[in-house]
Design a protein around this ligand. Structure first.
Ligand code: DC
Length: 229
């Protein structure tokens, strides 16, 4: 039996994390946030003053670091590097930029893709990232590419700061995600792009519930279809 994988890709702020987590819950699947893995390598590289272009040092770092996930009693998934909880440290704007930089290095991708495939091979996973439908699981049972207007994506990221945000701050976030998107879309290895067979979903004017329902219906229809083959 092929493992059942739902692949969710898209740029920053398109709603991937919230939607993927909720969809996984509804399906009774495991949720895997691959961006968190690139963020861990980015944060550790910055801590150790490793140049994001130093492929050799980054490869060594990947080889020496054991990344693991564990859910706390409230159901929040924590990410650990050799047992150290980095769940909060990886959520800063700097960590996002470091992640985007180290993720362009093929050796880093090779290490993390292997770990992602091992997690997905158990089956019953919703995996979120930039290259899940194109590279990590090209045979995924269902593939989605979530997108939203740049302005809406910036507004959502700014809202995650959980305080009043000024227009100037939204502009700043918009610039940061535009910079990151350009890097993620234009890198030579596994750039961000929809798989040919991905369902493209523009989430700009949709609520989270609407998007989750849309994906859930498509996944369950696909499962029913496969069961009759
Ligand atoms: O999804 P995120 O914002 O946490 O991802 C952080 C960075 O990691 C993103 O800018 C690009 C990189 N990334 C990637 O290259 N491939 C993935 N599958 C997931 C994330």
């Amino acid at each position: 039996m092929k493992p059942v994988v739902v692949a969710i890709d898209g740029p920053a702020g398109a709603g991937k994390s919230t939607v993927s987590r909720r969809l996984a819950q509804r399906l009774g699947f495991q949720y895997v946030d691959t961006g968190a893995m690139y963020r861990v390598i980015g944060v550790l590289a910055a801590e150790r003053h490793i140049d994001p272009n130093d492929a050799e040092a980054l490869e060594r770092l990947c080889r020496e670091t054991r990344i693991s996930f564990r859910d706390d009693p409230e159901g929040r998934t924590h990410i650990y590097a050799d047992g150290r909880d980095l769940s909060d440290a990886i959520r800063t704007p700097e960590a996002a930029q470091w992640a985007s930089k180290v993720s362009a290095v093929p050796q880093v991708r090779a290490h993390l893709v292997a770990q992602q495939r091992a997690l997905g091979d158990k089956g019953g996973v919703v995996m979120e990232g930039r290259d899940i439908g194109t590279v990590v699981f090209p045979d995924a049972m269902a593939k989605f590419f979530l997108d939203a207007s740049p302005r809406e994506r910036a507004r959502r990221r700014a809202a995650e700061l959980h305080r009043e945000v000024s227009e100037a701050e939204i502009e700043q976030v918009a610039r940061e995600i535009a910079e990151r998107d350009t890097r993620d879309r234009n890198r030579a290895h596994a750039p961000l792009k929809p798989a040919d067979d991905a369902v493209y979903v523009d989430t700009t004017d949709k609520s989270i519930d609407e998007v989750v329902q849309l994906l859930y219906d498509i996944v369950t229809a696909r499962r029913a279809e496969l069961a009759t083959l």
